[in-house]
Each structure stands twice: as structure tokens, then as C-alpha cells.
Write a protein that binds this ligand. Structure first.
Ligand SMILES: Nc1ncnc2c1ncn2[C@@H]1O[C@H](COP(=O)(O)OP(=O)(O)O)[C@@H](O)[C@H]1O
Ligand SMILES: [Mg+2]
Length: 281
């Protein structure tokens, strides 16, 4: 990962014309994540058009929008899986560029991907430790021996802590149901996300009880100061968990709503575009 400290504390010289990364918000708090002027196209499809957003410590922020609005693309850019065509990302006020999701994870940015990206041919515990494998202590370490026992034990403890029930952490991820895989992805993210947890439709494959559990996990992660960006089509759930809701419409942020000043209907009218032109966000 390239971790560029900005010369003179400004990125006014950035070539893409994006606004400078904020040093702090109105309250003087530095955003955990600040995204500026992010643009992404896939061939002729303009998925993101100059997106700005900030996530502050301990916040649960909703990111909503219709199918194709660009939510997953944005999350995949913040989590290092995709590179933007223009724009910048800052983590705690420092500009970063990621060339892989592993680099973002090493910085404490954990993601639950919409497509449930677990490695199907690896066990549950190996998925939880993917990219962070522990070596055995002692000379065998030099031969690349991994401490499988410890990793399996810790993976089980991570899942127990989240009260996510999996029969055996030795099962192959590919053998599990969609709901179980989603639960593991959530468990992994909340266990390791030390800076921010990004969740792209984390409850889509879950039953009601597990959805509730994910809601509690989101609140407990945020309660420890780690912000969560939650993408969900379940607007009552978003409304319950998120004090602030950002709406993407055709690749642009069209609204940044305080939950306490908005209704679910307000959110819907921004999502559909009905509010465009008739309201100011
Ligand atoms: N890998 C890709 N190749 C081509 N087009 C893509 C790719 N990923 C996303 N898109 C397009 O970018 C737009 C935004 O998609 P996406 O970020 O998945 O939206 P959302 O998650 O809000 O439903 C859509 O038009 C989608 O078809
Ligand atoms: Mg999506």
C-alpha cells in the first residue's frame, strides 16, 4: 500500500481536481474515511460520477440507492477491490491508494461483500484468517508451517463472540448455505474491522433472527468507535440502525439525510429520484 502523507497537509495539487481531503469535520473530528471526487466507469457505463462522502468514528451510516446506483462499486473501491478512474480516499486524514483488498484489510478496512466472497474450497477458519495466516512459533516457521490449531480455535472464538452458530469451523465454506456464508462474512468483518466495517447487503440471505443479530453486531461495533457503512434494501432496518443515510442516484450522492429529520418516505423519494428538483438534501 502506498501511504502518502500529503506535502504541507494539502492535496490541492491532486491531478483530478477533487476537493482537498478534509482535515476535520465541523466538530473538529477527523473522518475515519473521506472519499473525494470518486469516478468510475466500466467501458461506457458511468458507475460513479464524482462521489464525496465521509464516515466518522462510531457512526452507523446507511448507503442506499436503486439497483445499479453504484453502491457496490463504491464499496469495492473503498475496500481496495477496484481502483477508481479519479478521486481520492483518505483514512484518518491520510491519503491512501490500495492495489488490492488485502491492502485495505491490513489497514483495518473490513468488508462484507454482496457476492459473499468466501473462498469455497477453504475451511471456515481458513476463510476467517485469509491473508492473515499465523505461522507456528519456533524454527518450523521458516518453512512456512502454519499454526492451524490456533487459527481454528480463534476462528471458533470469533464466531462464538458474534453468537453465529456454525457446526464446525473445519467445514468447507462452499458446503455452507448462503445464510451461513453471510454470517461468517459478517463475523469475520466484525472480528477484524479495526478502522471501518463496510457491509454490502449483509442480511439479504438471512432469516429474521439472524438479521436481528447482525443489527446488534453493527451497534456493538459502532459502540466501540468503529464506524459501519451499511448498504441495505431493507429500509426499516436502515432507518432503525443508521442515524445518517446517504442516497446514491445514478452514480451521484443526491442526499445526505439525518434520520431524525427524515422519514422512510423521504428516503424512498430520494432513491427513486422523485425528490430531485423538488427538495434540497
Ligand atoms: N464489473 C463491471 N463491469 C461492467 N459494469 C459494471 C461492473 N460492475 C458494475 N457495473 C455497472 O455499474 C453500475 C453500478 O453497479 P453497482 O455498483 O453494482 O450498483 P448497485 O450496487 O448500487 O446495485 C451498473 O450499471 C452496473 O451494471
Ligand atoms: Mg450492489
Amino acid at each position: 500500500m502506498e501511504d502518502q502523507e500529503l506535502p504541507g497537509g494539502t492535496d490541492a495539487g491532486s491531478s483530478n481536481g477533487a476537493a482537498p481531503a478534509p482535515r476535520s469535520g465541523a466538530s473538529g473530528v477527523v473522518p475515519t474515511i473521506a472519499v473525494r471526487g470518486i469516478t468510475k466507469h466500466f467501458g461506457s457505463v458511468q458507475a460513479l460520477r464524482g462521489v464525496d462522502l465521509e464516515i466518522y468514528p462510531g457512526e452507523v451510516v446507511g448507503l442506499v440507492g436503486d439497483n445499479g446506483a453504484g453502491k457496490s462499486t463504491l464499496v469495492n473501491i473503498i475496500s481496495g477491490g477496484l481502483q477508481p478512474n479519479a478521486g481520492t480516499i483518505s483514512v484518518e486524514g491520510k491519503r491512501v491508494t490500495f492495489s488490492s483488498s488485502l491492502e485495505a484489510r491490513r489497514l483495518g478496512i473490513e468488508t462484507v461483500y454482496q457476492d459473499l466472497a468466501l473462498a469455497p474450497d477453504l475451511s471456515v477458519w481458513a476463510n476467517i484468517f485469509l491473508g492473515r495466516e499465523r505461522s507456528v512459533k519456533g524454527p518450523l516457521r521458516w518453512f512456512g508451517w502454519l499454526d492451524r490449531k490456533t487459527m481454528a480455535k480463534e476462528a471458533q472464538a470469533d464466531l462464538d463472540r458474534t453468537r453465529i452458530r456454525i457446526d464446525s469451523v473445519n467445514s468447507l465454506a462452499g458446503r455452507l448455505s448462503g445464510g451461513q456464508r453471510q454470517a461468517i462474512a459478517v463475523g469475520r468483518a466484525v472480528a477484524w474491522g479495526s478502522k471501518v466495517v463496510l457491509m454490502d447487503e449483509p442480511t439479504a440471505a438471512l432469516g429474521v433472527e439472524q438479521q436481528e443479530r447482525v443489527g446488534q453486531l453493527v451497534e456493538s461495533v459502532a459502540g466501540q468507535g468503529v464506524p459501519v457503512l451499511l448498504i441495505s434494501h431493507n429500509l426499516p432496518q436502515v432507518y432503525r440502525l443508521c442515524k445518517r443515510v446517504i442516497v446514491l442516484f445514478q452514480g451521484q450522492v443526491v442526499a445526505n439525510l439525518q434520520r431524525d429529520d427524515s422519514t422512510v418516505d423521504d428516503i424512498v423519494s430520494w432513491i427513486t429520484g422523485a425528490a430531485l428538483g423538488t427538495k434540497t438534501p
